[in-house]
Design a protein around this ligand. Structure first.
Ligand code: NAP
Ligand code: ZN
Length: 342
């Protein structure tokens, strides 16, 4: 079968490899779609530790083609989504229920062969069933949505509250939708691209603002702005210095900032502890998807979260190497790799 293999930093190739066979407790999955995310590009550039040689791809969905011995909950032909993050279940963090902080965490598509391939073998316990009538590729959004859900859970959004979302990429556009579902009545998307602002408004943002505009941030938080005094919750989804530094000033006194964006290791930002303290701003970090994958799958299956508008292009495995080794195209939200396209 064909697989996109990371063989060393900067060495990504489409290879012919042996099709895996499912071990005990494993499922052999025929991949229908796998999303290209920023992490795949970081892995390619050596900015995030991988374990080459390895097949990349951690946001995937597909059909169970074969089940290994001892598999009980799945059978051939079922459509599934996979939580790529495998916790050990035994370390002190896992025993506290913090499986995202597992001391032995391993991820499919990072340390273990992943979804930019025709097939992958995955442990049954990482798989979640999807309905047969779901668009076969929409399940590829369960993983990013599960990460956003953890952030929304930590934000403790109350019905009728206000939320500012910084960054209108796939994460920001999923967070906008989740914030509305969680009961926020005002959800303001802050992102530079006019197309993303428009899309954000069709997906549930009650307003959107260009942070490069001359009136920003007064247009947002001043007495006659959209959210005078700031938002109850600010969710940082861009992962850049400007937005991380800006976030506390956009929260109301007593409000919270949730950081979802990932900045490079070693990067520093400047913040004013005096302001954080005297305005009692909570700073909350949200890392991956502990116990949120099932809910993410249900939100996508039910249509409560819209993912079709987030798909910018569909490509085959043959084009995946070029797409992963280069930055996302201008305006691109999510590119999906469909092995059926070649
Ligand atoms: P993305 O496609 O790069 O989206 C980030 C968006 O931020 C861009 O589309 C950009 O849109 C916007 N942006 C950039 N600079 C900005 C600024 N100064 N002000 C406002 N918006 C700005 O990335 P993504 O896939 O959505 O992921 C977002 C972040 O979440 C990344 O850092 C990713 O690594 C991280 N992430 C975290 C987790 C987790 O578990 N915590 C999970 C998945 C992803 P414009 O051009 O419109 O400004
Ligand atoms: Zn553990």
């Amino acid at each position: 079968m064909r697989a996109v293999r990371l063989e060393a930093t900067g060495e990504l190739h489409l290879r012919e490899v042996e099709r895996p066979s499912p071990g005990a407790g494993e499922l052999l999955v025929r991949i229908e779609a796998c999303g290209i995310c920023g992490t795949d590009r970081h892995l390619f550039h050596g900015e995030f530790p991988a374990r080459p040689p390895v097949t990349l791809g951690h946001e995937f969905t597909g059909i169970v083609e074969k089940v290994g011995t001892g598999v009980s909950d799945f059978r051939e032909g079922m459509r599934i989504t996979v939580d790529p993050n495998i916790a050990c279940g035994r370390c002190p963090q896992c025993q506290r229920g913090k499986i995202n902080l597992c001391e032995n965490l391993r991820a499919i598509g990072i340390q273990k062969d992943g979804g930019f391939a025709e097939h992958v073998a995955v442990p049954e316990k990482q798989a979640f069933a999807l309905p047969d009538d779901l668009d076969p590729i929409h399940g590829a959004f369960c993983e990013p949505l599960a990460c956003c859900l953890h952030g929304i859970d930590l934000a403790k959004i109350e019905t009728g509250s206000s939320v500012i979302v910084l960054g209108g990429g796939v994460i920001g556009l999923l967070v906008v939708q989740l914030a509305r579902l969680a009961g926020a009545t005002d959800v303001v998307l802050v992102t530079r691209s006019a197309d993303k602002r428009r899309l954000g408004e069709t997906l549930g943002a009650t307003a959107s603002i260009d942070p490069g505009g001359s009136g920003f941030p007064q247009s947002l938080i001043s007495r006659d702005g959209l959210l005078p005094g700031g938002a109850d919750v600010v969710i940082e989804c861009a992962g850049v210095r400007e937005t991380v530094e800006q976030a506390p000033s956009l929260a109301r006194s007593g409000g919270a900032v949730v950081i979802l964006g990932v900045m490079p290791q070693g990067a520093k930002v400047s913040m004013e502890p005096f302001d954080l303290l005297f305005r009692e701003i909570s700073l909350i970090s949200s890392f991956i998807n502990p116990f949120t994958h099932r809910r993410a799958a249900d939100l996508i299956s039910s249509g409560a979260i819209k993912v079709e508008p987030l798909i910018s292009r569909r490509i085959g495995l043959g084009e995946a190497v070029e797409a992963i080794s280069n930055p996302a195209r201008p305006g691109e939200i999510r590119a999906l790799v469909l092995p059926s396209l070649g």
